[in-house]
Design a protein around this ligand. Structure first.
Ligand code: XMP
Length: 310
């Protein structure tokens, strides 16, 4: 594939569709939404409003980090505090698809619906990639950013049109486009991060307290494995508990699963062979999180597993 030609085609298409209208997009610090942001700003300039929706589901320090990276590229990013809305929508839900649905509805109907009304935007630029579409259509998993492909008409339901310039690419293609667009390595060298964020890494109910645990575990895993060159690494909080001992007392504690995978395009993945020393270090740090007394390393490839847990 000729990625330079691909970029030119997307530029022409977005320019023609949006014209002098206003478009809006959200970044989550991941590569897909970052590529769309840079592409969109090159084409639309001030006609594109970029927001970072703080859903309470983000990684540690992420909102500030993303705003800073984009400020260096002279792309203003507005922080939108929607924490209460997301936590409210997720309250009491344990079924994976119901949780994904709650994130989707809060994001697209509530938060974006409001932003679109406030800004007069008619278009949403979206970082959907081919793998998201394929897995959703195949019924494997409803990726939260898939709308039209499963029969949701965003214009009718939410009041804006969705443009998806990356929808024919997989992860490896997005990387190529990111390189050509000159995105900084803080973004291109970053591992993938899912749209529904830490909600995909909590089995069972998503609460503020459980988010705090998985956020801390994620920070540890990302720091420890940043030089691993693996495709993706993450921490998951299980819905089970296990007996352990802390300060000579019995503790019925939380269980964290660590995953570290090699993959090219996220369609298949294999676990990486981490050194025993590294695994022990991760285990020690994770079990020092308050209330966590077990740390497991997941050896399951995709398939039969998926990368995330919900
Ligand atoms: P799974 O868990 O389906 O993940 O094997 C494949 C890749 O996609 C990411 N992922 C998502 N990305 N919206 C996204 O934008 C989603 O709903 C979503 N679910 C999973 C996951 O992190 C992995 O890289």
């Amino acid at each position: 594939m000729n990625y330079r030609a691909f970029i030119q085609e997307q530029i022409a298409s977005i320019r023609e569709t949006v014209g002098r209208g206003i478009a809006i997009n959200a970044i989550n610090g991941g590569e897909n939404s970052s590529v769309v942001t840079v592409l969109g700003h090159r084409i639309l300039g001030k006609g594109l409003k970029t927001v970072f929706v703080d859903s309470a589901l983000m990684r540690k320090g992420e909102p500030e980090r993303v705003v800073k990276i984009f400020a260096k590229m002279r792309i203003p990013v507005e922080l939108v505090d929607a924490r209460a809305e997301f936590l409210g929508a997720l309250k009491g839900l344990t079924d994976p698809e119901e949780k994904r649905n709650a994130v989707t509805n809060t994001f697209y109907a509530k938060v974006f619906g409001r932003l679109v009304r406030e800004t007069g935007a008619k278009f949403l630029l979206h970082g959907t990639i081919l793998t998201d579409i394929e897995e959703t259509v195949a019924g494997i998993k409803r990726q939260h950013n898939i709308l039209a492909q499963i029969g949701i008409d965003p214009e009718k339901e939410y009041g804006y049109k969705v443009l998806e310039p990356l929808q024919t690419l997989r992860k490896d293609g997005v990387r190529k486009v990111a390189e050509i667009l000159g995105l900084p390595s803080e973004i291109t060298k970053r591992i993938p991060f899912p749209g529904p964020a830490l909600a995909t890494r909590i089995v069972g109910e998503v609460t503020e307290q459980r988010l705090e645990i998985v956020r801390e575990a994620t920070a540890i895993v990302e720091k420890e494995l940043e030089k691993s060159r693996a495709f993706q690494y993450l921490a998951v909080l299980l819905n089970d508990k296990a007996t352990g001992i802390r300060e000579n007392r019995r503790e019925f504690g939380q269980i964290i699963v660590v995953r570290c995978l090699n993959s090219v395009d996220a369609r298949t993945a294999t676990p990486t062979k981490l050194s025993w020393q590294k695994l022990n270090r991760i285990c020690k740090r994770i079990t020092s999180i308050k209330g966590v007394n077990r740390c497991l390393y997941d050896l399951t490839p995709k398939p039969p597993a998926t990368i995330e847990y919900i």
